[in-house]
Design a protein around this ligand. Structure first.
Ligand code: ADP
Ligand code: MG
Length: 704
């Protein structure tokens, strides 16, 4: 029997075909259940009704509600400057409500003489109260609202959603969805579990999350719904873990052979750090175990992950397997290819590259070599996982900077073989340690927690534009001393054209302030042709350019040890982990390096906190933890951006760490008694696990 929760959201009163499309496109809401799982991120108190006379200037810009009768309407201005006013009064005084948009609709719907609940932000002009674009609802109608709560939910929205549904419209469809589905919300949790973890029944929790009956009920509702999400994730993770540990289908790299030994003894340009050695040992241990390795390697920027990747690929080759290394960008893939080729020159390894912009000859060499087995190390971008690429015997895969890849892309690599290759995922955007441990069980997380010797900590400063001259002076000094500098402009998708304009203007002014022949400035951004990008990177790498002006395309992996200054323009527009990544482009040589964060004067509190954190610490783990905290539970994408692909709508792994731990214990206990969740009373849990299956792929599941 089909459950109403699984049927299309278009059946909810007030939605219909067209609006259902908007819901899907904007919020990913397909079904009635999806809509009810779209939770408010905050609430406003609708129980308090103010008298007009009691509203004063101190309340300006906070939301208030009043109950007043419409005494008349009026117009002012003309054409585009037109405004429409509704005059209202209660027993204590009067106010003016103003509209600049949607005037036609208002004049048609407002009825003079009737009483409304008015909800909006008070403004004062010469002591007179007014409100722009308030919400209006007939008092009679408000009294007959189908579902009542003193707290009204405010839902994550978008401009399109707001203009399609209006402020109250969205709330109304949630009410209607509730009325439609409430009888059909069945309990998912076995009674025993519910009791032992003191969880509110699901239906009650769903009701209270949308229509809180009290602050206490709301807190319990949140706890229950968070628990469900965590439990779903944990059931999925723990099942995969059990599954993997019962399969012994991993390739066995039993030998340490010629390539590895030759490299280690004759070619290694420096001695490995203790941490690099440890990680290589961990990979060794995994790859002889008979189980498929699925290891996450976290190491701060500049910690030397590439060397670990290369040496472990040599192990694969020593055992007769092919290895590939996948990077998130063209630039980075080319750089890895250059590094690997240089370090292994003359070793007869067969190293090739394949990217989206590989020319015919390069492409042919890669594809043919890979199929024949002649190419034993293939470096590239996600072009590596195109269907045309057929490996002879792929045994080992390195994925650099995993957060740039989606789960599905990783899955496709996996399915290229019947037997899954070992996988090493490397990232410099660390998932906080505690979080990684809990989300991934205690498996397969390696950490490089030591930088190569001789590195000096990067010094980070925050300047405003007023300090620009001083900054330029500093840059000139560094360049005179033979160093190089990056100047990075933000690139944020929504306003790409504007962003490129920023970059172009910036480039022009840098060229003006740093003229030839003394200074050589080059530019690199995503809109350039691949070969132009490459040429500009080459100039910078080979010290033919002193300054590289770029967008955040250079964010990951670029390695130019002689560069000592990273200037980040409009730094407030970058997230913490991005700032940290960018900073990691300098401080790679023995010289003291600097990161300069440029912003305007006006900054949000959160931006200030980010910049302060950057100036205070170089520790990527601390920054990652702080990042999750700063973004808080309101940000549904928070966890995704840190590289964790779980579908968490309400639970936040950092803020709700205790509950996550509880859910983990519950999951282990449940699976202990019923590994397949096959018992009838576990049917709903099975569905819950399935809903959260995607995220767990991060670790193990791509075999399936
Ligand atoms: P990341 O971990 O950010 O990918 P890289 O692998 O690019 O770091 O390494 C950063 C720089 O440090 C490179 O120039 C690399 O050659 C150098 N490096 C790596 N390991 C060592 C080491 N053990 N001793 C000295 N330099 C090293
Ligand atoms: Mg790297």
């Amino acid at each position: 029997m089909a459950n109403i929760l699984d049927s299309s959201v278009k059946y909810v009163t007030g939605v219909g075909e067209a609006r259902a499309k908007v819901l899907e496109k904007e919020l990913g809401i397909l079904t009635v259940g999806d809509l009810l799982r779209h939770y408010p991120f905050r609430y406003i108190d609708r129980t308090k009704i103010y008298r007009i006379a009691d509203i004063d200037e101190r309340m300006a810009s906070s939301l208030v509600q009043l109950r007043a009768r419409v005494t008349g309407v009026g117009y002012a201005g003309a054409g585009r400057k037109q405004r429409f006013s509704v005059y209202v009064s209660d027993a204590s005084g009067s106010a003016e409500l103003i509209w600049f948009r949607g005037i036609k609709w208002m004049e048609k719907n407002v009825e003079v003489g009737r009483e409304y609940l008015v909800f909006g932000r008070p403004m004062f002009y010469r002591g007179e109260l007014s409100m722009a674009h308030p919400e209006l609802e007939l008092v009679e109608k408000a009294m007959n609202r189908p579902v009542r709560s003193g707290m009204q939910g405010i839902y994550p929205s978008s401009e399109k959603i707001a203009s399609t549904f209006g402020a109250k419209g969205f709330y109304n469809i949630v009410c209607n969805a509730w009325i439609l589905a409430q009888e059909h919300i069945a309990e998912t949790m076995p009674e025993a579990v519910r009791r032992s973890y003191d969880l509110m029944p699901l239906r009650e929790a769903m009701f209270n999350i949308h229509f809180p009956q009290s602050a206490e009920a709301l807190a319990r509702a949140e706890r229950r719904l968070k628990f469900d999400e965590f439990l779903g994730v944990q059931l999925s993770v723990q099942s995969h873990r059990t599954d993997r540990m019962t399969k012994r289908n991993g390739f066995v790299f039993s030998r340490v052979g010629e390539f590895f030994t030759d490299f280690f003894e004759h070619r290694l340009p420096f001695s490995l750090t203790g941490a690099q050695k440890r990680v290589i040992r961990e990979i060794r241990r995994d790859t002889v175990s008979g189980y498929q390795m699925n290891r996450l390697l976290q190491g701060d920027v500049g910690s030397g992950k590439t060397m670990v990747a290369l040496m472990s690929m040599l192990l694969a080759v020593d055992n007769g397997f092919q290895a590939c290394m996948m990077a998130p960008t063209e630039i980075l893939a080319r750089q890895h290819f250059a590094t690997v080729s240089r370090l292994t020159e003359g070793m007869d390894l067969g190293v090739a590259i394949l990217t989206g912009s590989s020319k015919a000859a390069e492409r042919r060499r890669a594809l043919e070599g890979i199929a024949s087995g002649e190419v034993r190390i293939l470096v590239g971008t996600h072009a590596l996982i195109e269907d045309k690429v057929r490996f002879a015997n792929l045994g080992y895969v390195v994925i650099d900077e995993q957060h740039r890849f989606g789960v599905e892309q990783r899955a496709r690599l996996w399915t290229k073989n019947l037997q899954p290759p070992h996988i090493l995922v490397m990232t410099a955007t660390p998932i906080p340690r505690t979080l990684a441990m809990t989300l991934y069980g205690d498996l397969d997380v390696s950490v490089i927690d030591e930088l190569p010797p001789g590195r000096q900590p990067i010094r980070t400063f925050h300047y405003t534009d007023a300090a620009r001259l001083k900054l330029w002076g500093f840059l000139r000094k560094q360049i005179a001393a033979g160093r190089q500098a990056y100047i990075v402009y933000p690139l944020i998708k929504e306003s790409e054209t504007m962003d490129y304009k920023d970059l172009e203007d910036g480039f022009e002014s840098v060229v003006r302030d740093f003229p030839l022949p003394e200074y050589r400035v080059t530019v690199c951004h995503g809109k350039m042709k691949p070969q132009d990008k490459e040429e500009s990177m080459r100039q910078f790498k080979e010290r033919e350019a002193d300054i590289l002006v770029a967008t955040s395309v250079i964010e990951v992996g670029v390695d130019v040890p002689n560069a000592t200054v990273m200037v980040i323009e409009s730094a407030e527009r970058f997230g913490l982990s991005q700032l940290h990544q960018l900073r990691g482009r300098v401080g790679r040589g023995g010289e003291q390096s600097y990161c300069i964060l440029m912003t305007g004067e006006k900054l949000s509190r959160e931006a200030r906190a980010r910049l302060r954190a950057m100036c205070e610490t170089n520790d990527g783990f601390r920054l990652a933890e702080l990042d999750l905290k700063l973004r808080g539970a309101g940000d549904i994408n928070g966890t995704q951006q840190s590289g964790v692909a779980f579908d968490l709508k309400i639970a936040n792994p950092t803020l709700d760490a205790d509950l996550l731990q509880t859910a983990k214990e519950a999951a282990i206990a449940l699976l202990d008694g019923d590994p397949a969740l096959a018992r009838p009373e576990h049917a709903a849990l099975r569905a819950l696990r399935a809903r959260h299956a995607g995220g767990a792929k991060f670790d193990f599941s791509m075999i399936s």
